[in-house]
Design a protein around this ligand. Structure first.
Ligand code: CP
Length: 324
């Protein structure tokens, strides 16, 4: 267990050692147990987290805010559009100033080509830890919650096969952050990772290279498939969700047109039957129901989506209690 994480940023799990991530999981399981028992755990009494959102959220906002209250502190909800950012407040100024009012700064900025750089610029200027609530490249807290859920449902993740798959959605062109963070973390924990996606829905080369390297070091494996059904076959975990064709086009309408070639990439009961008998289906939500995934899968016996959503609370509390 690592005990020197005070002051650390969480921008991508790739920048934390496996020991450090094991510590986060250990603390998250303890905090989950303490909450279930009704044991108060005011580990961040009088501390304040700034939560700066450039994009909408249900789970992330609600779980960070609830988590800070349960830890005895407070969370400030700040929407970029009601700040002076549009009138000139720079990332450096945000890091300097919010860092002097608060004990941590959490940011969601998912604009392609902007988000990660913005969060890193704030972190550079901030005297307090910066937590990535999702950027264009990474969604570390989602994936920590996903790993916690996999451990709860399946035990030791080593040797499990996870299908990290594209699925079609029509609502909007979703960031690459979930599949990218997922292939990075799953390969570090010795899982056999299948990245299944149409050719236009590639992930970033540097992330794919890191995932391959992680797999080589952990004794897991990493492969890329382009056949949606093949990805499901025999998988222990099916994580099928949509993302945009950002590396093919930066034009959202063009990305939507490309995606419309793949409307048959829907996670449905026939495909889930190709997976292992005790497979679980995972999705970070929100999902396009009956477009991206059927109600039968999302609400069915294989679905782990509500446990995933709950575990956001516990992993975030763990990271905040360790770093702030
Ligand atoms: N999974 C997730 O991040 O949900 P929100 O976009 O609602 O925060």
């Amino acid at each position: 267990m690592q005990t020197h994480l005070r002051g650390r940023d969480m921008i991508t799990t790739q920048e934390w050692t496996k020991d450090e991530i094991d510590t986060v999981l250990e603390v998250a399981f303890d905090l989950k147990r303490r909450r279930a028992l009704g044991e108060p755990h005011p580990l961040l009494r009088d501390k304040v987290l700034a939560m700066l959102f450039f994009f909408s959220s249900t789970r992330t906002r609600a779980s960070f805010e609830a988590g800070m209250a349960q830890l005895g502190g407070h969370a400030q909800f700040i929407e970029s559009k009601t700040t002076q950012i549009a009138h000139g407040d720079t990332a450096t100024e945000i890091g300097q100033i919010l860092g002097r009012y608060n004990d941590g700064i959490a940011i969601r900025q998912v604009d392609w080509g902007v988000g990660n750089g913005y969060i890193r610029a704030v972190a550079e200027a901030s005297r307090v830890p910066v937590l990535n609530m999702q950027c264009d490249w990474y969604h570390p807290f989602q994936i920590l919650a996903d790993l916690m859920t996999i451990i709860e449902k399946k035990g030791d993740p080593r040797g499990l096969t996870i299908d990290v798959s594209y699925a079609y959605a029509s609502s909007y062109q979703k960031p690459l952050s979930v599949p990218q963070s997922l292939i990075l973390l799953a390969t570090r924990f010795g899982m056999n990772v299948r990245l299944t996606r149409p050719p236009e829905f590639k992930l970033m080369d540097e992330v794919v290279d890191q995932a391959r390297d992680n797999a080589r070091r952990s004794g897991g494996s990493f492969e890329i498939l382009e056949d949606f059904d093949e990805g499901f076959r025999g998988a222990d975990i099916v994580y099928a969700k949509s993302w945009g064709a950002m590396l093919t086009t930066t034009d959202e309408e063009e990305s939507a047109r490309i995606a419309s070639r793949y409307t048959d990439w829907i996670a449905d009961e026939r495909r889930m039957a190709l997976a292992a008998d005790d497979a679980i289906y995972m999705h970070p939500l929100p999902a396009d129901r009956n477009i991206e995934v059927t109600d039968g899968v999302l609400d069915g016996p294989h679905s782990a989506v509500f446990d995933q959503a709950e575990n956001r609370l516990h992993v975030q509390k763990a990271v905040m209690a360790l770093t702030m």
